[in-house]
Design a protein around this ligand. Structure first.
Ligand SMILES: Nc1ncnc2c1ncn2[C@@H]1O[C@H](COP(=O)(O)OP(=O)(O)OP(=O)(O)O)[C@@H](O)[C@H]1O
Ligand SMILES: [Mg+2]
Length: 927
């Protein structure tokens, strides 16, 4: 039986295809995690072993499915076919969790100390709970802020996921077939599967035609497996069945590689094999390079804290003798520099970006993809629909001589009509055209009813052709093939000329190809049609039967280039993204489309050439190639990998089964809402309209989001680093703590509140103008450059406060004061540094926001400016606020302080400006 050969053939395609595609999460043993756990369970066992009619009966279904009413009833009874959401904690618990952080815990400790000293130990009537009240307010602000940000991040991710729905074709009794969302399937539903479909629920195959599935997600096995309608053999009666035993069950999450089928749903939602296994061992999603980078920044800061805080503790304990205060202070410093809000604010930034993008028809399935979208510098896209209108119109059907010929059209129509696999726009165009001609021409009408389908060899993108075997009323059978001209020609040994059928020789082949190339050069997608009368036995046809055929003629389609494509390509090019066309179609027509939309084609690489190059050579060639044509799905993926190896961040935009592997190989896969399931599944970004201009906006929004995220990370890292340096210097030289623990925490909180407005900030045009790659090292570098700048002014403030301002307020220099005046001295000193710190930390945020923060487009967003100005004003006014002032240990400042503050602020701005210039000269970008 030639089927073994077909299996081998499909194996060849997909083994290569999936090896690098990263289908399944693998552990080290090479098996997927899912394979480790679990057996099938009784429902699936029964479904696999039962005779098909018994099974249908036991499910209360039939080959025509259940009725819509019954489906609705079952849906209500058994629930939706979707994995239950990771159970979210109840609101109260989530809220409570937001209040438990190192920040609030140290505040609680401070409150306890204050309660003890100011209330419990205080003389009756002298109790002062104001510090506790202030702390309570701070805890509330921090907790609520955290809760709101985290919850919104989660909600955004969830609502985005809901925007991308996948549907499948369901057969319901007495109704035409229709598409329903996966979630609405119920047990007993009969679904139709075709190449490119994801399996929506666990189902038993009841009818199959050359059905091959990719089960890599389940078993880690990348070779496609054939599925049939036969009951599981009784050969394994004694033990429980495994996934591998089930030649007749299609599992949720696997996908159809080729062929077609009808299957009856036997398990949905959490009851599916994957649902149960996932419930048992839920896996964390893999960390992206962005997450890893954010984590590494956190780690650097935490390591820094672990070294610095003991030093601060010991230094202060030794020099001041008060070990409890020293402890509280150093722990507060620790809390201040560990960026606990960093992951939360990063998520908020990304979630806001994702929401903004969704408004612009770009849905981000995976938040980290936003950064990759902004970093992308090469975009590979397919041709149909992206560059063209996606309105394929059959323009000509001609014979070998170039004359219009209805026989050519009729044969193509028979293939499109009778094949059950992938039906695309080409087939739609053929069927549409044929039927409109048949309406006028009686001779052509009803041709489909005069034939019967005997067999078919489904389309795949390696062979690039498809065949059906049909039999007419008189029992004469014939095989008809249509597909890419070269591929059909390769299957032909004869040609139909006006004078009759002739054997094909080299000269004739060249002529036949030349005609196709001529059509392609005029912008027409061309396919060829061939046929032969076929004596082979029924049911035994495979790709190897596509030989010795008779070449009949051509069909030429017009798929006009999109108006908007040229402008979008120009804008992408300006934004530093080079657009390359990667297509399975012939080079002639692709080059013609490229010319029309303004892609300068200087290098072309064809599928067979790609195969002949090794990885290094391909990387070098790919660099200077704008058009890749006649590529198989695997070659598309290889081209993407080669471009990545050459150092590019590569995006791939496509919508077909043949694009899935390439999309997975790319840094960011882009697809459309209308794409086939596997393509949508492989993409991280889904456009709701297939148009390059949508993507242009997505790229800009991606860069904007990334800018605000990185801005926050860098400013915070620098600000924290600077603070630790200042604290260290102060601890070594001052006879008292430079600031109270509570003041330190309040400053931290004020900073966090200001940063919460960062996701809405404006971004400089210069930043949006070129791709931005993520580089964790640049953060540490930035921190080392910028952090110490604020310390310089902190130290200036210490000196001025210690020698000038505090002595004026307290009535004498430090050494000459009694205990009461010394306390006043310390309070004034603390207040001075507190206010100065608030000013510099806000200035850090503003000065480091961009390269030219005073230019109009670089101006801060109003919300950010308002929050910051309010924060600075409020904290500066605190020393004069009765109640709060005492509770926080602050004191009104003398007039001498203001010139100091002005000098520090102005000096800081000047110094930052200077250092930024030096920094930009050394490294090409600030953020
Ligand atoms: N329905 C069909 N019938 C016959 N041949 C087909 C059909 N669909 C595709 N082909 C052949 O396979 C080739 C590759 O398919 P297609 O052009 O869709 O690839 P692609 O890489 O997705 O291209 P694009 O960049 O235009 O999306 C086509 O050029 C055509 O010759
Ligand atoms: Mg395509």
């Amino acid at each position: 039986m030639p089927k073994t050969k077909l299996i081998q053939h499909i194996k060849n395609i997909t083994i290569k295809g999936n090896r690098n595609a990263g289908d399944a999460p693998r552990d080290r043993g090479g098996k997927s995690a899912v394979a480790r756990c679990g057996e099938l369970g009784s429902a699936l066992e029964h479904a696999a072993r039962a005779e098909k009619h018994d099974l249908l009966a036991s499910l209360g279904s039939s080959t025509d499915g259940i009725t819509s009413a019954e489906a609705t009833r079952r849906l209500e009874q058994n629930g939706h076919n979707s994995p239950s959401e990771r159970r979210r904690l109840p609101l109260a618990l989530r809220l409570a969790a937001s209040f438990v952080s190192p920040f609030t815990l140290i505040l609680a400790a401070l409150a306890a100390v204050s309660l003890y000293t100011n209330v419990i130990l205080a003389a009756p009537g002298d109790e002062d709970p104001s510090t506790c009240v202030i702390i309570a307010v701070m805890v509330a602000i921090s907790g609520v802020l955290r809760f709101v940000q985290e919850d919104r991040g989660l909600a955004a991710a969830e609502s985005l996921r809901k925007l991308v729905t996948t549907t499948c074709c369901v057969v319901r009794a007495g109704e035409p077939e229709r598409e329903v969302p996966f979630s609405e399937l119920v047990i007993g539903d009969v679904v139709r599967l075709a190449a490119g479909d994801l399996v929506p629920a666990d189902a038993r195959v009841i009818e199959a035609k050359d059905l091959f599935l990719n089960q890599a997600a389940l078993t880690g096995e990348s070779e496609p497996v054939e599925k049939t309608a036969d009951p599981c053999p009784a050969a394994v009666p004694s033990r429980a069945l495994t996934v591998g035993d089930c030649g007749n069950i299609v599992f949720t999450g696997t996908s159809v590689v080729s062929g077609s089928a009808r299957a009856v749903v036997v398990a949905t939602g959490d009851d599916t094999y994957v649902g149960r296994v996932m419930g048992a061992c839920r896996e964390r999603p893999a960390q992206t390079s962005f997450d890893a980078g954010v984590a590494s920044v956190s780690r650097v800061l935490v390591a820094f804290m672990l070294v610095m805080c003991p030093v601060v503790f010991v230094l202060n304990g030794l020099t001041k003798g008060d070990w409890l205060s020293a402890l509280l202070f150093s722990v507060s410093v620790a809390v201040g520099i560990t960026p606990q809000m960093l992951p939360v604010i990063v998520t908020t930034c990304l979630a806001r970006g994702a929401r903004e993008m969704a408004r612009h028809e770009v849905i981000v399935k995976d938040l980290a993809a936003i950064q990759n979208l902004g970093a992308m510098d090469v975009l590979c896209c397919d041709k149909t629909g992206t560059l063209t209108e996606d309105r394929v119109i059959l323009e000509r059907h001609i014979n070998v001589e170039g004359r219009p010929d209805d026989r050519v059209l009729r044969h193509a129509y028979l293939v499109s009509h009778f094949q059950t696999g992938l039906r695309n726009l080409i087939d739609e165009a053929i069927i549409g055209r044929y039927e409109s001609i048949a309406e006028k021409d009686r001779g052509l009408a009803g041709v489909a009813s005069r034939y019967r389908r005997v067999d078919e060899v489904p389309f795949d993108f390696e062979r690039r052709r498809m065949s059906v075997v049909i039999e007419d009323e008189r029992g004469k059978s014939q095989m008809v093939t249509k597909g890419a001209v070269r591929e059909v020609l390769a299957a032909c040994s004869y040609v139909e000329l006006a004078e009759g059928v002739r054997p094909l020789d080299g000269g004739l082949r060249t002529r036949l190809l030349a005609r196709a190339e001529d059509l392609g050069a005029r912008g027409m997608r061309t396919i060829a049609v061939a046929q032969k009368t076929n004596p082979r036995p029924v049911g035994a046809f495979g790709p190897e039967d596509e030989r010795d055929m008779v070449f009949m003629g051509y069909l030429a389609f017009l798929d006009p280039p999109k108006q908007s494509a040229a402008e979008a390509i120009e804008r992408l090019t300006k934004a530093g993204v080079s657009v390359r066309v990667v297509t399975g179609d012939a080079e002639g027509v692709a080059a013609c489309v490229c010319r029309t939309v303004g892609i300068r084609v200087e290098g072309v690489l064809l599928g067979p050439e790609v195969d002949a190059l090794d990885d290094a050579a391909l990387a070098a060639r790919a660099e200077e190639t704008q058009l890749f044509a006649r590529l198989s799905p695997l070659q598309k993926a290889r081209v993407v990998r080669a471009l990545r190896a050459a150092g590019h961040v590569v995006g791939f935009m496509g919508d077909g089964i043949n694009d899935a592997a390439a999309m997975r190989a790319a840094d960011v896969g882009v697809s459309v809402d209308t794409a086939v399931d596997v393509a949508k599944e492989s993409a991280q970004v889904i456009l709701t309209r297939k148009d390059l201009s949508v993507l242009v906006r997505g790229v800009r929004e991606g860069r904007r989001t990334y800018a605000n995220t990185i801005k926050y990370i860098k400013a915070t890292a620098s600000s924290n680093f600077g603070n630790v340096l200042s604290v260290l210097v102060a601890s070594a030289f001052l006879p008292f703590l430079p600031m109270s623990a509570l003041q330190l925490l309040l400053l931290g909180l004020a900073y966090t509140v200001a940063c919460a407005a960062l996701p809405w900030d404006n971004v400089e045009e210069a930043f949006l103008a070129s791709p931005r790659t993520w580089d964790a090292r640049s953060i540490v570098r930035f921190m080392l450059w910028m952090g110490p700048l604020s310390s310089v002014f902190d130290i200036v403030t210490y000196a001025a406060m210690f020698f000038v301002v505090a002595p004026t307020a307290a009535g004498g220099p430090w050494g000459a004061l009694g205990p009461a005046t010394a306390a006043a001295f310390v309070a004034v000193f603390h207040t001075g540094w507190f206010v100065e710190s608030m000013w510099t930390q806000t200035l850090v945020l503003f000065a480091l926001r961009g390269e030219r923060v005073l230019a109009s487009e670089g101006r801060p967003a109003r919300t950010l400016a308002a929050v910051a100005v309010l924060g600075v004003a409020a904290l500066t006014a605190l020393p004069w606020t009765p109640g709060a002032s005492e509770a926080l240990g602050l004191a009104p400042l003398p007039a001498a302080f203001w010139p100091l503050l002005a000098t520090c602020a102005a000096g800081y701005l000047l110094l930052v400006g200077l250092v930024k210039r030096l920094y930009l000269r050394r490294f090409d970008s600030l953020l």
